[in-house]
Design a protein. Structure first.
Length: 316
């Protein structure tokens, strides 16, 4: 993990995105046979605040990426709502519907191999803003500079750049329309450890200097602890614990969060069971602390300290 020291500024508690009772179901099954609903987001309520970094933490299949894409409208909800609050004051760097952007896991596959990197960064500027070609060229150079790349990288094709350089370019493209929030989906998982540290520091620097909020999707506890202000721990489509990252990491209350912490320390996790309770806690079939009611009822939220919450009948 990176060791660079970056000043931590106060984070606003003014919500940028309000998620309420979000449910998302996909139809699964063979095209010629009966289909069934697979619930991938299960009654999620969450605020993402202006200027904060919130990590969505959990194993593969927990719904992290689906929730991130739902925030951007890429997956319409089955029920519930996701509302983006308008900015408090009009600004030349705000562009309404373009306030939300995404950085994907694999930087190479997120760029068109036929276009130069500069062309890809320029595309949203050309489509959405009334800028001359000279202004676009200057803007692309500025965006590359903001992510630590020389303007000459605009003339390279994706295959001519390293993974770290290309992920920097992907962040530059996400910054093009001056978003208020960027969803970063496992944005460093395919990078070497040394390069990973550089990209994490870049994200934190952009967050602190430009007040851009980030929803950072990760399965890596170390990344979440270094980068995030708050963490939402997800399991099978539900948030099971939510709070300031140090509180959740140092004093986890939900058994699933504790299992993740133990796995990080090298202790064996509880054996996985590919099954979840239809009526009760999604973690009940896997939980060493499960009570009888855990299989039959959903736990309500419990507060434990400042802004720290968990959903469990028998917490740690």
């Amino acid at each position: 993990m990176p060791h660079d020291v970056i000043d931590v500024l106060p984070v606003s508690t003014s919500p940028l995105i309000r998620i309420r009772d979000a449910v998302l179901e996909f139809k699964i099954g063979k095209s010629w046979g009966a289909k069934r609903d697979l619930r991938v987001l299960d009654d999620i309520s969450l605020d993402v605040n202006e200027g904060e970094i919130i990590a969505l933490l959990g194993e593969s299949g927990s719904g992290k990426t689906t929730l991130g894409k739902a925030m951007l409208g890429l997956h319409p909800l089955t029920s519930g709502s996701i509302a983006v609050e308008p900015p408090k004051a009009a600004s030349s760097r705000r562009h309404g519907a373009y306030d939300l952007q995404m950085v994907f896991q694999d930087p190479l596959s997120s760029f068109n191999p036929r276009f130069t990197v500069g062309s890809s960064i320029a595309l949203p500027l050309r489509l959405q803003l009334k800028m001359s070609e000279e202004q676009i060229s200057e803007r692309v150079a500025d965006l590359l500079s903001r992510v630590g790349l020389n303007a000459s990288f605009a003339h390279r094709h994706p295959h001519e750049m390293s993974g770290g350089q290309l992920q920097r370019a992907a962040i530059a493209r996400a910054l093009a329309l001056s978003p208020r929030l960027i969803v970063a989906d496992e944005a460093v998982s395919k990078l070497d450890v040394s390069v990973r540290a550089q990209i994490l520091n870049l994200i934190k620097s952009l967050n602190r200097s430009e007040k851009i909020a980030f929803v950072f999707i990760t399965h890596d506890l170390g990344v979440a602890q270094f980068l995030a202000d708050r963490v939402a721990v997800m399991y099978f489509g539900r948030i099971v614990e939510l709070g300031p990252v140090d509180q959740v990491m140092d004093s986890p209350r939900h058994p699933y969060t504790t299992m993740l912490m133990n796995a990080r320390k090298g202790e064996a996790p509880v054996a996985e069971e590919a099954k979840r309770s239809a009526k009760g806690c999604n973690f009940a079939n896997r939980c060493p602390r499960a009570l009888g009611k855990c299989h039959d009822a959903r736990p309500e939220v419990t507060a434990c300290g400042e802004d720290h919450e968990f959903w469990c009948f028998n917490p740690v």
